[in-house]
Design a binder for this molecule. Structure first.
Ligand SMILES: NC(=O)c1ccc[n+]([C@@H]2O[C@H](COP(=O)([O-])OP(=O)(O)OC[C@H]3O[C@@H](n4cnc5c(N)ncnc54)[C@H](OP(=O)(O)O)[C@@H]3O)[C@@H](O)[C@H]2O)c1
Length: 260
């Protein structure tokens, strides 16, 4: 049976076609969301994820979008507004996690990462806030940041910088939208087992079973899973968190970042 936490809510989840974003979208459906819009470039993944969400009893629309393109960002929001007539929640989960050091990062890679991780959330928040303001019923926005926003390792220079920018943007927009009761919060999430993280680890030369070892080496015995983050997002999108805005939640088990 579906829950009631998000009953009546219409939400957009970028990156909802795979990995973390898909895990979030499925959980929002479980918690009773009325409708969900997901987006991404890969139509096959998108249609499959949308079907899974619909099969769980929640209306769902997949919008093909490349979030490096301004018009595609705006179209995701317009499609949600046209189909459902309102937007109660936006989750910016899509992200580009490509590696790059100070020395080997090209300007093209820097721009690509910033376009997806910072500029797209900016456009999506701008467009979504306009719809939420029109409805005058407030709303909730959650940005997926990363614990690397505080600096990060040397091999993720542009990624860390982009997440730092997204953290600042989250605070700024929360301040901007206060009087509209549109809440904006961010999650500085730690290391999480996703299909993309598997690819990243393989790219860095780790063996197929890297996750087994990585899980065992954590203080709590495992890396985060998409579900862990999804529980917090459901809370942040729900009315239970109606007094919470401008928060950047450090979501990891390492506390002072010194474990490894
Ligand atoms: N895994 C971790 O350890 C970790 C830690 C901290 C933060 N995060 C954050 O968590 C989020 C998701 O990570 P993940 O590991 O689940 O990554 P993922 O599997 O690569 O998922 C990324 C999602 O974003 C979409 N996306 C990427 N580029 C896009 C573009 N140009 N236009 C539209 N959609 C695009 C992808 O869909 P298409 O490919 O179909 O476009 C996909 O749905 C990211 O924001 C990442 O920074 C992850």
């Amino acid at each position: 049976m579906r829950g009631e936490l998000l009953q009546g809510k219409i939400c957009i989840v970028t990156g909802g076609t795979q990995g973390l974003g898909k895990g979030i979208a499925l959980h929002l459906a479980e918690e009773g969301a009325e409708g969900i819009v997901i987006c991404g470039r890969n139509a096959q993944n998108g249609e499959n994820a949308a079907k899974e969400i619909r099969d769980s009893g929640c209306a769902c629309e997949y919008v093909q979008a490349d979030l490096t393109i301004e018009a595609d960002c705006r179209n995701v929001v317009h499609t949600c507004d046209q189909k459902f007539g309102r937007i109660n929640g936006l989750v910016n989960a899509a992200g580009n996690t490509k590696r790059g050091t100070l020395d080997d990062t090209t300007v093209a890679l820097w721009d690509e990462i910033f376009a997806i991780n910072v500029r797209a959330p900016f456009i999506l928040m701008q467009e979504t806030a306009r719809v939420m303001k029109r409805e005058q019923k407030g709303g909730s926005i959650v940005n997926i940041i990363s614990d690397t926003c505080y600096g990060g390792k040397p091999y993720i220079t542009p990624y860390s910088a982009s997440k730092g920018a997204l953290a600042t943007l989250t605070k700024n927009v929360a301040h901007s939208l206060l009087l509209n009761r549109i809440r904006v919060n961010g999650i500085n999430m730690g290391w999480t087992a996703t299909p993309q993280e598997h690819k990243n680890q393989k790219y860095m030369g780790q063996p197929d079973n890297w996750l087994e070892k990585a899980d065992a080496a954590q203080p709590f015995g495992r890396l985060l899973r998409p579900r862990d983050i999804a529980y917090l997002i459901a809370y942040l999108l729900s009315d239970r968190s109606e007094m919470m805005t401008g928060a950047l939640v450090d979501f990891d088990q390492k506390v002072m970042g010194a474990w490894d």
